[in-house]
Design a protein around this ligand. Sequence first.
Ligand SMILES: Cc1cc2nc3c(=O)[nH]c(=O)nc-3n(C[C@H](O)[C@H](O)[C@H](O)COP(=O)(O)O)c2cc1C
Ligand code: SF4
Length: 426
Amino acid sequence: MSFEKVLTRYQDIPGYTGTLDAYEAQGGYQALRKAFKEMQPAEIIEAVKRSGLRGRGGAGFPCGVKWGFIPRDSPKPVYLVVNGDESEPGTFKDRMLIEEEPHQILEGIVLASYAIGCHQAFLYCRGEFVRGARMLRRALDEAYAKGYIGRRILGSGFDLEVVLHRGAGAYICGEETGLLESLEGKRGQPRPKPPFPAISGLYRCPTVVNNVETLSNIPHILLRGPEWYAGIGPAKSTGPRLFSVSGHVERPGNYELPMSVTLRQLIFEHAGGIRGGRRLKAVIPGGSSSPVLTEQHLDVGMDFDSLAAAGSMGGSGAVIVMDDTTCMVRVGEIVSRFYHHESCGQCTQCREGTAWLHKTLRRIEHGQGRPADLDLLLDMCDNMKGKTICVLSDAAAMPIESYLKHFRDEFERHVRERACPFGAGV
Ligand SMILES: Cc1cc2nc3c(=O)[nH]c(=O)nc-3n(C[C@H](O)[C@H](O)[C@H](O)COP(=O)(O)O)c2cc1C
Ligand code: SF4
C-alpha cells in the first residue's frame, strides 16, 4: 500500500477523539476568528512576547522574540516549520498532542503563520508516529474542508498551505537545521550556525522552527490574553508545561502543570511516588541529554532557570525517575549507545567521542574497566563540548559527566570488583 494510502485510511482509527467537531465544541478556532477580526500580525507577535512563552522543544528560547527576528520586508518567501519529530528519549508529550489535539496544533500553525507572514508551512512528523500522522492527515483534511486552512481563510485575504511531512526515524532530524536539510530531501545533517533559520532557513529563506507543544499554546494566549498566560508559573517560565514522567514511579504519564511545581511534588504527589515504596536514586529532569539530579535536588522548581541553577536543564520536559536498583554505569552505557547511534558523523569530536564513550562505559559495566577510565571519560567529555556543529555532542557528554560527578564511587566499585555490583552487566 502506498504511503499516501496509509495516511488516508484514517476513518477506521479506533478511539479517535480529536475531531474538528469536538475541537470546535471546546472553543476551537475561536482564537483564529478573533485574530483575523481584531489583530494585526505585529500585535500577535507582541502578545506572544508579553505572554513570556518559551519554546518547549528543548532550548526554551522565547517564542515571540524568535518570531520577531523574521524580516518584515523579505523579498523571499517566509516559512514556518513545525517540529513534531519528538525523539528525545523519555519524551512522549508531542505524540499525545498530535494524537489527541491535532486541531489545536493546526490552529497554532495558522496563527503563527499569519503573525510572521508565512503562506507555506511544513509539519514534520516523526516517522514512527504512524497513528499520529493519520490523525494529522485527517485533521488537515477537515481544516481545509472547513476553510481554516487554504485560500482566503475564513473570508480574510490570508492564504496558507500546510504540508505534512514524515521523517524516516533519525533523532538528529529533530535538531532544527538537520530537520530543514531533511525537509529539502537531503541527509539530515545539521548546518553550522550562524546564519540562523530566521535569516536563512528552509531553501535559504527566512524560517521559524517551532515545537508542536509551543504552537499548541498560541490559541490560548490569544483567546485568554497574554497577561493570563504570564500569570501562570514563575515570571521567566510562564504558562503550563507538559512533563512526561517515566521510569520507576507508580503513575507514569504526561502531567500538565505550572513550572513552579517542584521535582518532589511532580514525582511524589502527581506521579504517585517511587514504585513499590523504594528509594529515589536519580532523576533525569529534561530528557536524556540533561545532567542527572539526585535526592538533594528534590525541592528544585521545574522551571528553566531553577533547573539550570541546579546544574541541569528543562530540555524536552521528560522526567526519567530511577530507584535504588538502578546501576548508573549501565544507564551511561545505554545513553551513550543511543548518542553514538544517532550522531550524524560530520564532526570528529562527536562521531569518535560518542563511540569511545560507549566503548569505555561498556567495558566498565562488563568488569573490564581500568582505574584510569574514569578520568579518561571526563577528558573525552571535555573534548566533546562546545566544539561541534550542533549540540548533540554536548548532549552526549553532559549526562556522563553528571553520572560521574554524583556516583563516582559506583564507577570505582565496578572497576575494583571487576563486575557490576547490580549484576546488570554480567
Ligand atoms: C540533537 C537535537 C535534537 C532535537 N530534537 C528535537 C525534537 O525532537 N523536537 C523538538 O521540538 N526540538 C528538538 N530539538 C530542538 C530544536 O533544534 C529546536 O530548538 C526546536 O524545535 C525549536 O522549537 P521551540 O523554540 O518551539 O522550542 C533538538 C535539538 C537537538 C540539538
Ligand atoms: S555534533 Fe554530532 S550530530 Fe551534531 S553535526 Fe556534529 S556529528 Fe552531527
